[in-house]
Design a protein around this ligand. Sequence first.
Ligand code: M6R
Length: 610
Amino acid sequence: MCGIFCYIGMQDAVALVMDGLKKLEYRGYDSAGIAINNNGILIHKRQGKLEALSSSVPPAFRGSKVAIGHTRWATHGSPNIVNAHPHVSADGKIAMVHNGIIENYETFRSSFGETDIQCEGETDSEVLVKYIALQYQEPFQNLEEVVAKVLSEVQGSYSLVIMEESKPHKIIAARRGSPLVVGRSDDGYYLASDILPILPHTRKVVYLEDGEIVVIENNQLQIFDFSYQQKQAEFQYLNIDLHSADKTGYKHYMLKEIHEQPKALRRGHGQQMSNDNLLPELQPFMETISKAGRIIILGCGTSWHAGLVAEYVIEKLCRVPVEVEYASEFRYRDPVIYADDVIVALSQSGETADTLVALEEAKKHGALLYGVVNVPTSSIARLVDVYSNIFAGPEISVASTKAFICQLNALYLFAIKLGKYNGNLSPDYSLSVLKELRQVPDILKNYLSYIVYRIKNIAMIYSHVNHTLFLGRGLQFPIALEGALKLKEVSYIHAEGYPAAEMKHGPIALIEKGWPVIIIALKSDPHYKKVLSNIEEIKARGGSVIGIISEGDESIKDNVENWIEIPRISFLLSPMFTVIPMQLLAYYIGLHKGCDIDKPRNLAKSVTVE
Ligand code: M6R
């Protein structure tokens, strides 16, 4: 939520900040702003996407060697120009960009009572910068001391960067609960919410820890804690690939990322399945994991859906009880967590606040924490005892696609590894699953090459609808949920996902003539016949059935209005294929409706507020 990119050094700061913000726009895109300090602080803000800001930068901004920039996803206050960042102190001499939520900002605001300080907008951030400025008086010697003092009073999560008019060669930043990375190159320092926009400039970085303040002044960097005690700055050299973050000819990132899935899986296989030592990073923890009384999987959105698939797979292959929880619900219901539980956190970004705080809660109870993430430098990866990288490469589209399939891949490997380790899985069976898993990228590549045309046509037929129902049983139920989520996000069509058998307990009341129901009915499903009965129930009420069916299942084609085949594959691995029509249907329906596919309204890629 909200992206911060700042620069201080020898280059043209505005150009660098605009470029950096562009790469962070996935974090929020309802408004954006920039501040420079070139013989005085100047602020420029625009409502809407970054383009509105970058295309209107006034000439006076050119040549500044320091700039702080922000792209916003509104929490407090509507997405308008007044609430856009940077915010400034009452005298305009201190400017700040902020990501996160200041929970006790009303307390700070109440101290303005005796003064003539007025807030123009509704944000917690504006209150904070005005409060910091108010506190900036004797006995404090410098702004960083004040920032340390104020932040020790703040409740909430944040990363922020501050500039002071009288110190044009200085930037102050701090974090608690929201990520902030500082990169150092020969020409200066870069600060960002995420490593991605820093990587083209430098690989030498320091990840700020919670409760740290960084002061960069005259090309020197110092780190303090909130008691204003100096700490050692520990830079690390990141040896990570800069995967292409361009659209490479695709109209949207979402489409590119759907088509990248075979390649992403292959990349994962190369790293995670070498010499059949699956997920080698887990090896030192296998004894603990195999003794776990329970595995609890946490995640949000698409990651939660991947967790639901994993629940079926792990229970089947390992016979260990698995619970899957929305991270946001888990944290605040005083959950029962035992020291012999294993907590698996699923998160593409590794920054989702709900998942992070749930993990922090679990950590207090001594359970082993295992992260499955796409960003190895993320907060979740750094918090857990051990993590696996899913190797999806940067996922830019707000609607998650390739991360899901790569999460599934890692979770299948986890289940196979654990099943073998705890003796529930015979060597022969595990070998046969692994063999099939290795074939998935090739089968998927071929599948994508021919299925798109059919799905485009079906998408045309259904793009006018207002409501849909997605149904699936067992392993396919999470895919029904994922199909509904994708359609909602990308096309704004109301969609509900349900277990197919649950339909008769309520949702069937919705079905009337022409109501579209997307139902996964695979011949390999042990309960295939029951799904066929569900199809009959829908048809009897006039519903229009789109079947996601097995290749070669000719008889079902007469029973549905439209069908989309998936290739021959075991039922166990079929979610990696049934999800593809879901992704493509959402994409092409959204496209047909003219929706903003990569940046759907009201959403952000990385949800770093609770
Ligand atoms: O980065 P995470 O996997 O933790 O993100 C979780 C959800 O915010 C995310 O999956 C969201 O639901 C996507 N927009 C789904 O397409």
